[in-house]
Ligand binder design. Structure first.
Ligand code: ADP
Length: 667
């Protein structure tokens, strides 16, 4: 096929994606003078990517298959807007060969490889067969066509446990199970197949030896339509949860220069096997010494910014230039590695509740400025709504520095200086993770997060004098703003009482903890707070997002958000959520919700795991829901008897709906 027909100059680019990646592609496309077209679903009418693009087309209802995965609608959107090219981003249709072909058939340039290359590399099984031929090292495993139970179980025995069962069409860690013994194999295959079928419409499985203490190392490559192919160094993405990357860095701190050259050469060989065009990633699993090919991703990856920061190359710009039919602008020996970059994925999820996705309106979104080596690729703004329909990644924070240690410190500072409210985010978890001594020492493997989860999600510290003082300051600030619109400093008004000193009492609570009492003395003279036996003088100077609080002669910066009686404070000691106990409002104790076996979010019941009348241990699995593409198993909150199951497999259930009732056994 004549490649000049596939790749040629264009002026208008449609981005077949949403969220941060759509925003990121739009930014570079615009900088290159292109017109940009966004597409969106009904749930994304007000989304950031829609606002950023020059034009935007509604695809259909919220469900991805009715909108972002609807090939016909996408092609129609391109036709309507005169778009000449399509950038697929990542996820959705980015690795779908039929979509790439449909774009071509509609006369559009597809910013990526051809459908043939995708088909060759897109399935984990197919690509492994190719790599085997090209002499790229593979993990021992089975990637054949036959899928019957007997073949799979024979293959597993031959490879030797532990093994990994993987969906051939898989991605994002879905449809993958570690199996440690022959007895676990059959149920693991059933559940992996079910997940794969739902997620990819394809339940073919492959089996691999599970590499011990595995590390994930991958190489960024890019090829043009003139036969040039470059590797842009490697990334290490070993910090994962459930096989999904959480923190990524470049270069890998595990490899020395010789190993770096070996893995990059293997990646070029792998991509060269299909004369690859476009940006792609060759993924390897490593035991710390050797690397083994696991798969190729024929698209841009979430973590591409760390490569951009150490090479100074804008990968989206290069993707577009390749799509224009240009030759790559640099030769292999002109690509230089400079410094170190680390990325953290910011998700709307609750790490203390098993990373349950969090949906709702982002009431506060305050992220630091992109200065001093910090870069933020965001897909959301204040006021945006996180819906349950798509991946819950909100943004990526990336830090560059000359050394790994400083890059980690910069990233941590960026995370610490971020305040997002309205939804729960993993920001504090990310901070705890990247500052963990073992992460700093690179003494990790892909199981690290799961093992250290308790330490990484340990709750906030108890509020001290600084926080109680900040809480009072935040409330008075807020009252003053409400009363007077934009006010000067509320503290100035404390002089207006002619009658001398006045007092006001406050009480706060953290969770279900005891009340913490504070008395504010104000009026003539400096304001003071009485906490227990101590009386503390303090002053407050308001600033953006909070105030400077001087307490006992030390000035420190406080970020504050007040929502009714809920106070969020960030001080030098960490983040604090305080409830202001209203002296007049009858405070009702919340019903403990933990006992109810209810859908945490809208989802589909995919398995019922216990029968009515069964005796259950505490923590026994009752049923499995698929929520936001991930399986979540609901378990018995205490030992007891399963009184009733109020749903069946296939039911689509709304948030909060009770799905089962467990009667506690009386102890
Ligand atoms: P996906 O396409 O779903 O991301 P991958 O095949 O890329 O699936 O694997 C995801 C992660 O699982 C890898 O990053 C690696 O950490 C881990 N993994 C994959 N294969 C193996 C293996 N054979 N042994 C140990 N860990 C593995």
């Amino acid at each position: 096929m004549d490649r000049s027909k596939l790749y040629r100059r264009f002026r208008t680019l449609l981005i077949a994606n949403r969220g941060e990646i759509a925003c990121r592609v739009i930014r570079t496309a615009r900088a290159m003078g292109l017109r940009t077209v966004a597409v969106y679903s009904e749930a994304d009418r007000d989304a950031m990517h829609v606002a950023l693009a020059d034009e935007a087309v509604l695809l259909g209802p919220a469900r991805a298959r009715d909108s972002y995965l609807n090939v016909e609608r996408l092609i129609e959107a391109a036709r309507k807007t005169g778009a000449e090219a399509v950038h697929p981003g990542y996820g959705f249709l980015s690795e779908n060969a039929e979509f790439a072909q449909a774009c071509l058939d509609a006369g559009l340039v597809f910013v990526g490889p051809t459908a043939e290359m995708m088909t060759a590399m897109g399935s984990k099984s197919g690509s492994k067969a190719l790599m085997e031929k090209a002499g790229v090292p593979l993990v021992p495993g089975y990637h054949g066509e036959a899928q019957d139970d007997a073949t799979l179980s024979k293959a597993a025995d031959k490879i030797g446990f532990p093994i990994l069962v993987k969906a051939s069409a898989g991605g994002g860690g879905r449809g993958m199970r570690i199996v440690r013994s022959a007895a676990e194999l059959a149920p693991a295959i059933v559940s992996a197949k079910r997940e794969a079928k739902a997620a990819f419409g394809d339940d073919r499985m492959l089996i691999e030896k599970y590499v011990d203490n595995p590390r994930h190392i991958e190489v960024q490559i890019i090829g043009d339509s003139h036969g040039n192919l470059l590797s842009l160094f490697e990334r290490e993405c070993t910090l994962q949860r459930r096989h999904q990357k959480v923190i990524e860095e470049a270069p890998s701190p595990t490899l020395n220069a010789a190993q770096r050259e070996t893995v990059c050469a293997a990646a070029r060989k792998a991509a060269g096997a299909v004369n690859y065009v476009g940006a792609g990633t060759i993924e390897f699993v490593s035991d710390g010494k050797d690397v083994f090919f696991i798969e190729m991703n024929t698209r841009l990856q979430v973590e591409h910014p760390v490569t951009e920061l150490i090479t100074g190359i804008d990968l989206v710009e290069w993707q577009l230039r390749v799509a224009f039919g240009e030759a790559l602008p640099l030769k292999q020996d002109e690509i230089k590695l400079n410094g170190h970059a680390v990325e953290a994925r910011v998700y709307a999820e609750n790490p203390t509740k098993n990373f349950m996705p969090s949906v709702g309106k982002i009431s506060t979104w305050r992220l630091p400025a992109e200065t001093g080596g910090l870069r933020i690729d965001a897909g959301y703004r204040e006021g945006d709504t996180v819906s349950p329909y798509y991946d819950a990644m909100l943004a990526k924070m990336i830090a560059w520095a000359p050394t790994r240690d400083v890059a980690i410190d910069r990233l941590n500072r960026g995370l610490e200086d971020s305040d997002v409210r309205g939804i729960v985010t993993n920001i504090p978890f990310l901070s705890a993770l990247i500052t963990h001594p073992k992460v700093r020492a690179n003494a990790i493997d892909t199981g690290f997060i799961e093992r250290e989860l308790a330490a990484l999600t340990s709750g906030a510290p108890a509020p001290g004098e600084l926080e109680l003082c900040a809480a009072v300051a935040a409330i008075v600030n807020d009252e003053r703003q409400v009363a007077q619109g934009e006010a000067k400093s509320p503290w100035q008004t404390f002089g207006w009482m002619p009658l001398g000193r006045r007092q006001r009492s406050f009480a706060f609570r953290v969770g279900h903890g005891p009340e913490l009492k504070v008395t504010l003395n104000y009026g003539s003279g400096p304001s003071t707070l009485v906490i227990g036996e101590r009386e503390l003088a303090f002053t407050v100077a308001r600033k953006d997002g909070g105030f400077d609080l001087t307490l006992d002669g030390v000035k420190s910066s406080v970020a504050a958000v007040i929502d009714g009686h809920e106070l969020y404070l960030r001080t030098r000691n960490g983040r604090f959520d305080l409830h202001w106990v209203d002296p007049f409002g009858g405070e009702t104790e919340e019903q403990a919700g933990a006992d109810k076996i209810a859908a945490p979010l809208p989802g589909t019941v995919v398995a019922v795991l216990a029968e009515e009348g069964a005796k259950l241990e505490k923590g026994a699995p009752i049923l499995t829901l698929e929520v936001m593409k991930m399986e979540q198993t609901l378990r018995a909150p205490y030992a007891g008897v399963l009184k009733s199951i109020k749903c069946k497999v296939g039911d689509i259930v709304q948030e909060g709906v009770e799905l089962a009732v467990v009667e506690a056994s009386g102890e």
